[in-house]
Design a protein around this ligand. Structure first.
Ligand code: IMP
Ligand code: ZN
Length: 354
């Protein structure tokens, strides 16, 4: 079995996927066509060019892409479609467990945060009938200010306590342009969220920012680090930061294509994955934005294996260890581990026979 087929066949866990950033070309083109027919005015003429896939962009350009994508997805019908499409694409890629994240938005006359969350949760509920388990993290966009973050937490709590949706929401994500705003301002929101029983996935050190990174890590509130490109002392971080991550046992979500294509990490051979992996620290391979960065979880596994000379056993270990970094309660984690072990065993058996 070649590496590409092997990576596709691996039963995988995806823990860092932004809904709007995960839209495939097919979905985006369909939405764009519909908007053009409506004669939407706030869509730039060059939208098709800006959206052209796969090429490298600066972080600033990535956020321009998100602006256009948000314009295309500014209503509940589109939201329903994209949620369903993205989930099905992860199923196609043999993802067994998905923690999807998205920023609830208010669009006057079109949707409230409540309707946004409810729509995503309803589609998740429907799609779980297929071969996948899904949980939702609500994203706080650091560029939208602290008041908006409090508001998102308020609405999140409302849905956590509803019997119908209770177990589907597992945490809060802090994301958004890392060059805008200051994470330190969000600490009170994070403290309140933890008290309310939410786990926290925080984009930390996506770009170099020693003061912010130290402050957030020292808070002890972070359940998983997103990116963490400038934490390891061999990659522009410090020993103090590494010690904090290790002492608090914080797993790191690794998004290689995202880092390389947005230019926050110079080249793949410089990627911080290798240092944490060698030191046995929990790392999870993720896509971040499979649409914007023209990738898939299987391709991320393949790229990682080729660059860092990982064996089949290493790749299986990465899949299985990701179970421990999920935001599932213990009993559900145990269930998931069992399923993953069975699927991996089956794959190994096939390998032996091929
Ligand atoms: P959404 O929350 O479903 O609308 O997904 C897109 C949003 O995710 C963007 O507007 C950003 O706030 C966030 N996001 C996606 N990728 C990144 C990243 O690499 N760094 C920081 N934030 C990101
Ligand atoms: Zn992200």
């Amino acid at each position: 079995m070649d590496l590409k087929t092997f990576c596709r066949s691996l039963p995988k866990i995806e823990l860092h996927a932004h809904l709007t950033g995960s839209l495939s070309d097919a979905t985006v083109l369909r939405l764009l066509h519909a908007k053009r027919q409506e004669g939407v005015v706030d869509l730039p003429d060059s939208a098709e060019v800006v959206l052209k896939r796969g090429h490298n962009r600066t972080l600033k350009e990535c956020f321009e892409v998100f602006r256009i994508l948000h314009c295309l997805t500014d209503n509940l019908v589109a939201l329903r479609t994209i949620t369903r499409d993205v989930i099905r694409e992860f199923v196609e890629d043999n993802v067994q467990y998905l923690e999807l994240r998205t920023t609830p938005k208010v669009i006057i006359g079109k949707m409230t945060k409540e309707q946004y969350i409810e729509t995503v949760l309803d589609v998740i509920g429907e799609e779980m009938k297929a071969n996948i388990t899904i949980r939702l993290l609500l994203s706080v966009d650091r560029a939208r200010g602290v008041d908006d973050a409090w508001d998102t937490l308020r609405v999140t709590k409302q849905y956590m306590s509803q019997e119908k949706y209770k177990n589907l929401i597992c945490g809060l994500d802090i994301s958004g342009n890392p060059n805008v705003g200051d994470l330190c301002d969000y600490i009170p929101v994070l403290e309140a969220a933890r008290k309310d029983g939410l786990k926290l996935a925080v984009h930390v050190a996506e770009v170099l920012n020693e003061k912010e990174t130290l402050h957030v890590l020292k808070s002890g509130l972070v359940s998983r680090v997103g990116h963490g490109s400038y934490i390891h002392h061999k990659c522009g971080g410090t020993h103090e930061m590494v010690n904090l991550v290790k002492n608090f046992s914080i797993p790191i979500e690794i998004c290689i294509s995202s880092n390389i294509k947005s230019g926050t990490v110079k080249s793949i051979s410089d990627h911080h994955f290798q240092h944490w992996w060698k030191e046995g620290h929990p790392v999870i391979i993720c896509t971040d934005d499979k649409g914007v960065f023209n990738t898939s979880l299987s391709e991320e596994f393949q790229m990682c294996a080729e660059t860092f000379k990982l064996t089949h056993d290493d790749l299986c270990e990465l899949c299985l260890c990701a179970v421990d970094s999920t935001f599932l309660p213990r009993n559900e984690r145990d269930e998931l581990r069992k399923t993953m072990q069975q699927k991996l065993q089956h794959l190994r058996k096939n390998l032996g026979n091929s």
